[in-house]
Design a protein. Sequence first.
Length: 347
Amino acid sequence: MAEQIKVKSRRLWMHKGVRDPNFLAEHVLTRDPWLYVELWLRRKKSAESLSYWAQARRFADAAEEMPIEAAPLACYYSFLNATKALLTYKKCTNGHHHGVSGDRPENARALLSNELVTFQMGGVLPGLCSYYGDSATKEKYTLSDILWNIPFIHRAYRLTFTGKTELFIPLENARYVKKNGSSESYFEAKLIDRFSDKRRLVSIPNSFELFDSDEGCIVRRKKTFKWFEGRSSDTKVVSAHERLGKYHAQTRRLVVCISGSKDLWYLKKQVENNPPGSRHLLTLMFAAMHRFSELSRYDPNGFERHLAGQSNWLITEFIRGAMDQFIDQIATEITGCQFWPPRTRTG
């Protein structure tokens, strides 16, 4: 048996932040994470990051007023400057180049599977990859495969391409627990009942395992970490939190989130023929928006063919929804806090 870890009477749940999450902070209830992060950077006297952040917001505001054919350009430059704000604040190395490029073979049809996206070895995107511990080597993917790996449009993707495998298993009560009478601790979550059919779970990552409990079907990470027990010295408590932070960053490679009024958590499957599958979400969103911005700026006729074709709805869902998801995650990485829009109590 295991019980949920508590720190200062607060239970430890899965956190949207990947690096340096503040597990003890209250959620920030705001409809405007932009302003909160601006105030945060001012208090931290991070002038360069603040400048990038302000520019990112201007591009985001402009994108809201643009038609779908033009919005990717402003969206991408918002992503670019928000990423620079994060990397500068965290004192991470990043060059002046974008670090990503796109191409479509000559005479190829306007299909997402023909749009090629190359992660370069130097620049802002490789800096973001390094921040998350991803490979910063030169790699090439199709735009179709990148979009397949983005949770908030995954349903739209699979309705567009009906033969593609489902990658994300919905979770509930994603949390950190400790074995009773032991310091051994780990991540676990409940599988939503209608997704707990064992036939649908054959592709769960090898680093996770399933077991049945009174709560239902539970998935947990096999690897554990040591928490502190009872009254412990400050040194032991600090060491335990450091171990949790490292364990959490590793776990978040496969436990992913859709941000919203209620954050939705998923376990990402490991399947064959998924080249960008190990990449962190923000790096994929950055790369995808860059390619759409290239099409919007340099190949408007090709972009129009995409929008007139099979992928119209999928592309629109990504371009219109990506900003909130991307900025929410960047804001969490900068501050360590999680953001929710305020809701009114009823009844």
